[in-house]
Every structure is written in C-alpha cells, then in structure tokens.
Design a protein around this ligand. Structure first.
Ligand SMILES: Nc1ncnc2c1ncn2[C@@H]1O[C@H](COP(=O)(O)OP(=O)(O)OP(=O)(O)O)[C@@H](O)[C@H]1O
Length: 354
C-alpha cells in the first residue's frame, strides 16, 4: 500500500473510531494529534525493546506470508498504543479496523465486526479490558480457532451456526493489563509494555512534531517542554501546540525558552510537569485527608473526577515521581507531596517515610 493511501485510510479510520471511543473530545485536538502520528516503526521514537520485539514478530510473519500472532499493548495513556496499532497495520500493508471495549455493548456487536473481517486485516480493540464478559468469551474463540458462533433465533429454539473466519490479527490495547482475564491474556502471542519516555526521547518527539508543524522550535525550548511532559508523547505534543499558540499570539512566532516558560505558566503546567488535576489530587490528599490513606473513589469524588481518570491519568505519574504511595488501605501522600505544594511535612509523615 503506498504511503498516501495509507495516511488517508488510517486517518479516516481513526476519526470513525474516535467518534465512538472519545465522543465529546475536542475534534481539533484529535485532528492535530492524528497529524503527528508516526506511520512507520522506524519513525516511532523510544520504546526500543518493544520496537525490536515487534519488528521481529512482523518481519517473521511477513516472511512466512501469514498473519502475525495477536498483539497486546499495555501501558498508561498517551504513550503510543494506538499509534503502534496503526504502524502494525501499515508495516503489514493491511487495513485496520478500530473499535474499543466500551463501544462493544453486546457479543453480537463483536460478532458482526469479526464476521466482516477480511484476510490479514488488523483489528484494533482499544481499552480491551472493558469488554463485556460475553464479548470476551466470543473473542477467545475467534482469536484461537478463527471461528465465531452466530446465534440464530431466541430462547429454546436458538441455535449456533459456526462461521469460519479468515486469519486476522487482533491488537489489543489496555491501560490495565492486570484486569484482563488470564484466558484472554493467554491468546496474545506477543505482549509489549510501553513505559514512560525519557526526557531526551520526548525532545526527539517534539523536534519531529515541530518539523511536521513547520514551527521553529529552539533546542532549549524542546528540553523545557519535554521535561514538563510527564514522560508522555501525547502531553509533549499538546504542550508544543499550546506553546505555539502563545508564541503566535503573544510572542514573535518563534518557540524559544522564554516563550515555552510563559506559555506553560499560562496553562498551569508546573516545572515538574504537574497539571491542575495532579495538583488537585495532591492537595486533596495532603490538606483534606491529612495525607491519607484514602480510597481511590473518595479521592476521585474530592477532585471531581472519575476514579478511572485519577487512577490511569494522574496516579501513575504521581507514584513514579515519589509524591504519592499506594498502600493496601488506600493512597497516601509522601513527604515530597507536601514539599511540592510548599507545605510543611507533618511530623508523623516525616517519621514514617523520612
Ligand atoms: N513513540 C512515539 N514517537 C512519536 N510520537 C508518538 C510516540 N508515541 C506516541 N506519539 C504521539 O502521541 C500521541 C498519542 O499517542 P497514542 O494515541 O498512540 O497513545 P495511546 O497510548 O494509544 O493513548 P490512549 O491509550 O489514551 O489512546 C499521538 O499523537 C502520537 O503521535
């Protein structure tokens, strides 16, 4: 498949799927994100281990002329799972179907998608840990035996007609690999875990994105934005667009260090990369709950967010930064949390963790 066609197809697919997956999200932000996606494995920055492993899986499958094993990608949001799914299809020269766990309400929805797959197609299932149990069971069989049982009729008269599927590859993405039931996890021949990116890798992401956007990004500004991007390419690209806004509206259009700092101040992204939600979580933990332990749901209510958002968006970074700890009794603020908020560390916390 030539590159132009690939681009067109991937972007079209992505928009269709995202309208299902992220209804209500900002269309322009999504379009901007799609435009910055790497299309080939060699353009994908960082994640060297996963990249090499995946490259072997794909090359071996292509050499054999067979669809590769099913691939599971896990890791926090914004690290490139969707991008890798698109790259897998691109590298194989296969078309990509995109759906998500929450978009599949009934097993029949999944049966319809599966039974329309063509040979060699890649089926991307985002948030696969959120599939309903009956759909999950249908998926095991389809992944293992390339078969789907289509149920005809209702009640006592219902019967299942087995339908053979052509070989295809499922790429599942999850932020919560631990929530996947073992039988489903075992159906994936390759599992890649994406980790947070080093600052230097994010600088490379930013330089690449600035090039695509045609904006002049100084090296110091790239380093500043990268260091506040929480190890996450999606955040790096988003901050780059905000710094560009600032530079075009309030500056001279060039993205230097001063522009980066001023823009990030306006958008409330602090030197450590914490944003409003992160600080709200820390502040609730330290001031409202005396440092915890506090349960996830209570904490989420206190900051006006869904527990899943707190757990998958804010928490991994706060834990990694040594600001928050997870205990069996709930979340606790670590001494660095008080320090980050400019508060005195309570004596009890100091002795416990100091
Ligand atoms: N390794 C990378 N190199 C360059 N850009 C990247 C890389 N990983 C992600 N990006 C960029 O970051 C953005 C987010 O990536 P993507 O949507 O693939 O993340 P995700 O892990 O699927 O997130 P979610 O789980 O929230 O859907 C995309 O615009 C993509 O261009």
């Amino acid at each position: 498949m030539d590159d132009d066609r690939l681009d067109e197809e991937l972007v079209t697919e992505r928009f269709d799927a995202e309208s299902l997956v992220r209804a209500g999200a900002d269309d322009l932000e999504r379009a901007a994100e799609a435009a910055l996606r790497p299309r080939r494995l060699e353009e994908f920055v960082g994640q060297a281990v996963v990249r090499e492993q995946l490259s072997l899986v794909l090359q071996a499958a292509m050499a054999r002329g067979r669809a590769p094993d099913h691939v599971l990608l896990s890791g926090p949001p914004g690290l490139g799972k969707t991008t890798l799914a698109m790259i897998i299809a691109g590298e194989l020269g296969a078309s990509l179907r995109i759906t998500s766990g929450p978009a599949i309400q009934h097993a029949g929805d999944l049966a319809a998608v599966l039974s329309s797959l063509e040979e060699g197609e890649v089926l991307f299932i985002d948030e696969i840990h959120r599939l309903a149990r009956p759909a999950e069971e249908l998926l095991y069989v389809a992944m293992e035996d390339f078969r789907v049982d289509v149920v005809v009729g209702k009640g006592a008269g219902a019967s299942a007609i087995p339908l053979t599927l052509p070989p295809f590859t499922v790429v599942g993405a999850t932020t919560r690999a631990g929530l996947l039931p073992a039988p489903l996890r075992d159906r994936f021949g390759f599992t890649g875990h994406l980790d947070f990116y080093a600052t230097e890798e994010l600088e490379r992401v930013l330089v690449r994105s600035a090039g695509l956007l045609g904006v002049p990004l100084a090296g110091e500004a790239a380093a500043e934005i990268a260091s506040r991007s929480r190890g996450t390419p999606r955040i790096a690209n988003r901050l780059l667009r905000r710094v560009r806004d600032w530079a075009e509206v309030r500056g001279d259009g060039t993205l230097g260090l001063a522009a980066a700092r001023s823009a990030l101040q306006v958008y409330e992204v602090d030197e450590r990369g914490l944003d409003r939600l992160d600080r709200a979580v820390l502040s609730a933990l330290c001031t409202r709950f005396g440092g915890g332990p506090v349960g996830l749901t209570t904490l989420a209510v206190a900051v006006g967010e869904e527990p899943e958002t707190v757990e998958t968006v804010a928490e991994p970074f706060l834990v990694r930064e040594g600001l928050v700890g997870r205990t069996q009794r709930g979340r606790v603020a670590l001494p660095a949390a008080w320090e980050h908020l400019g508060l005195d560390v309570p004596k009890t916390v100091d002795t416990l963790f100091g």
